[in-house]
Design a protein around this ligand. Structure first.
Ligand SMILES: *[C@@H]1O[C@H](CO)[C@@H](O)[C@H](O)[C@H]1NC(C)=O
Ligand SMILES: *[C@@H]1O[C@H](CO)[C@@H](O)[C@H](O)[C@H]1NC(C)=O
Ligand SMILES: *[C@@H]1O[C@H](CO)[C@@H](O)[C@H](O)[C@H]1NC(C)=O
Length: 364
């Protein structure tokens, strides 16, 4: 049985496009997303990239206490959900930008003095407005875009008084999004129709990407949704214990496929816009395989979190103040039951930017 021919040619185009990108570093038509010179990085997302926004919100989902941050600059717990740097940090470093500060932690004076980007990401939140709200306050995707709008109106307009300078800044900046897993974590269950769920979620996601575009964003770094079915908080409950929840992974994978396809569609409409699609889903799946999770002579622990060191699938997906962590966090893929270690994040950066095996420029 063949695919409809329109689909076939679409796949062919994508393939050609990927081949092009990997063999030619820069072309005139395609703005360079690898090694591009961006004036700023704006980060939108969830706990994967939150750099401390939840510190300032009334919620149980926080990480601004030890053992979080044990390997961050000076062993500081900043509100990052890891022992060290997040993938957003590695992206900023790769592009030669400062680590992006959490918007909620800044004074008005600071906001009026930063032109290298803000981070609006908020742990426990998602694309749907109700996602994560059971746990307390957090910034949903649309609220993060509201806050970015405020940044443009209240702060950036003060620093770029000439409107064309502001447009240039926005068009040249990189907008990273990494969101959607909490929508699955909170609202997807055995009785949910995966296709309908993915379609609805994507619909809401694309509205916000279009809002960013209409505010002037032209360069996007879109991180897809992680394979939640293989995370410690899920496999601890699966049958047999320790195995990935494949139906859940398939549901997330379906969303990711639709996401990538709609980015191609958007690229077709918005010629002046570029998307880099980052396949975080397959990065984590691959990292769990013995063949690719070697560090030195030992393998990363791919099933248990570092914190808590003894994890029985308790109620939370984070570690708590006073939780006992393992001695060497970077010997694990997962720092807590829901979040990666710095080691995993660093390997992500290598796979994305050096190997270019998981990050691809999206073509029409
Ligand atoms: C503004 O930013 C510069 C560096 O970018 C810094 O040296 C200075 O202290 C900042 N001023 C305020 C008021 O935050
Ligand atoms: C499963 O999710 C659906 C929405 O997709 C919801 O209506 C239903 O209440 C949920 N069921 C359980 C047992 O949580
Ligand atoms: C992973 O860590 C857990 C908890 O420390 C341990 O019980 C398990 O044996 C480790 N797995 C591997 C493959 O090292």
């Amino acid at each position: 049985m063949g695919l409809p021919s329109s689909l076939n040619s679409c796949f062919l185009l994508i393939l050609l496009c990927l081949v092009n990108i990997s063999t030619i570093n820069s072309t005139k038509q395609e703005p360079v997303l690898f090694g591009g010179n961006f004036p700023a990085l704006y980060v939108i997302g969830d706990s994967l990239v939150d750099s401390g926004n939840n510190n300032n919100l009334e919620t149980r989902v926080k990480s601004n206490f030890p053992p979080y941050g044990s390997d961050f600059e000076g062993g500081k717990a900043t509100g990052r959900f890891s022992n060290g740097k997040t993938i957003a940090d590695y992206i900023a470093i790769y592009y030669g930008l400062p680590l992006v500060p959490a918007y909620m932690g800044l004074s008005e004076e600071q906001k009026n003095n930063i032109t290298t980007g803000f981070n609006y990401a908020s742990a426990s939140c998602g694309i749907f407005p109700d996602t994560g709200k059971r746990m307390g306050k957090c910034l949903s995707l649309s609220v993060q875009v509201d806050l970015f709008t405020e940044t443009v109106e209240k702060n950036l307009k003060k620093m770029f008084t000439n409107p064309s300078d502001l447009s240039k800044h926005l068009a040249e900046s990189l907008f990273m999004t990494a969101i959607g897993v909490n929508d699955y974590a909170f609202f997807f269950n055995k009785t949910t129709n995966p296709n309908e769920f993915a379609t609805n979620l994507l619909h809401d996601y694309l509205i916000q990407i279009e809002r960013l575009h209409s505010l002037g964003a032209r360069k996007f770094f879109i991180n897809n949704v992680k394979p939640l079915g293989c995370y410690p908080n899920v496999i601890v409950r699966s049958e047999p214990r320790g195995s990935c929840n494949e139906p859940l992974n398939r549901a997330v994978g379906l969303f990711n496929t639709k996401l990538r396809e709609s980015l191609s569609g958007m690229k077709k409409k918005l010629k002046d816009t570029s998307f880099l699609y980052s396949d975080y889903f397959n990065f984590i799946l691959k990292l769990r395989e013995p063949s690719s999770n070697q560090v030195g002579s030992s393998l990363l622990n791919a099933t248990s979190p570092c914190c808590p060191e003894v994890y029985d699938g308790g109620l939370t997906t984070t570690c708590m103040p006073g939780s006992v962590a393992c001695k060497v966090p970077d010997s694990h893929i997962f720092f807590d039951p829901f979040h990666p270690t710095q080691q995993a994040n660093s390997k992500y950066a290598t796979a994305c930017f050096q190997e270019r095996s998981i990050c691809h420029v999206v073509c029409e």
